[in-house]
Design a protein around this ligand. Sequence first.
Ligand SMILES: C[S@@+](CC[C@H](N)C(=O)[O-])C[C@H]1O[C@@H](n2cnc3c(N)ncnc32)[C@H](O)[C@@H]1O
Length: 264
Amino acid sequence: MEAYQNFDPSLEQALRTVREASHQRGETNWTRYGDCVDRYDAYFSPILHGKSIVDMLSEKEAPVVLDLMAPSETIVDLFSRLPQLQKLGIALSYEDLRSGDQKERDRKLHIQQLQGDITEVTTWETLEKSLKGKKADLIMERAMGGISCLPVHKSFYVYAVAKMWDMLSPEEGTLLVQTPTIEKLESVDVFVPKWVEDLKSNGIEAESYSLASLLSGDVLDKLPLLKDLPSCNALKLIKRSDSPVTLPIPHLEQHKAVFENHHQ
Ligand SMILES: C[S@@+](CC[C@H](N)C(=O)[O-])C[C@H]1O[C@@H](n2cnc3c(N)ncnc32)[C@H](O)[C@@H]1O
């Protein structure tokens, strides 16, 4: 009975829409898949301010890295550039297309590739368990075309960002994620620039960027399709020892309940 109390038909609809689209698309049809970490640097460059992902991790004692909506390849490339012997990497992808040799390579490098659907609560539980009590120094997600597989629903976004925050290390753990377009987010009352300002006033280092916000209103009026480019929106959060343990988002508990209690 409890599971139905927060039933939200719009979440069910949003989930059904993306799941149908994923099935039609098939599992392997990605333009970008397993890119090298330089490409992630390039994608996030407007909010990295000249620092690379390798720079970000090179001082950590035993880096722990999550790459969501990605096969293990990017973490393999990243780890080959880090000097530390002890590292842990976890990639989460909808499919696992690795060869036997790649699986063996990953095992030796302490990199796991979890197969799961990020729109399922159980996948987030599996992710947390895979950390075995550790916290992540870096959580990245650059889903590119995969962004269209995410449900356009505020409760999902709030749930996902809060979960990632929970999994971050308070010793300067960094979240670096591609987000859906401003248009999509605003259509479900998610106003990232305003939210970033609120987080800053709570003492959290937060930054977002979108191609749309870099362009003037005039250009967007003339070329409205630019607003819908999938690959030009990103968010960075940094968690420190004095940061709030729980991410301060209005109505967090309600959104979590909606997402956790949706029909399976
Ligand atoms: C375009 S690839 C991007 C891969 C990688 N991040 C990169 O930039 O090279 C999209 C990825 O999103 C993953 N993906 C799509 N829908 C997903 C879902 N519902 N749950 C988990 N992963 C998903 C796919 O499995 C695929 O690994």
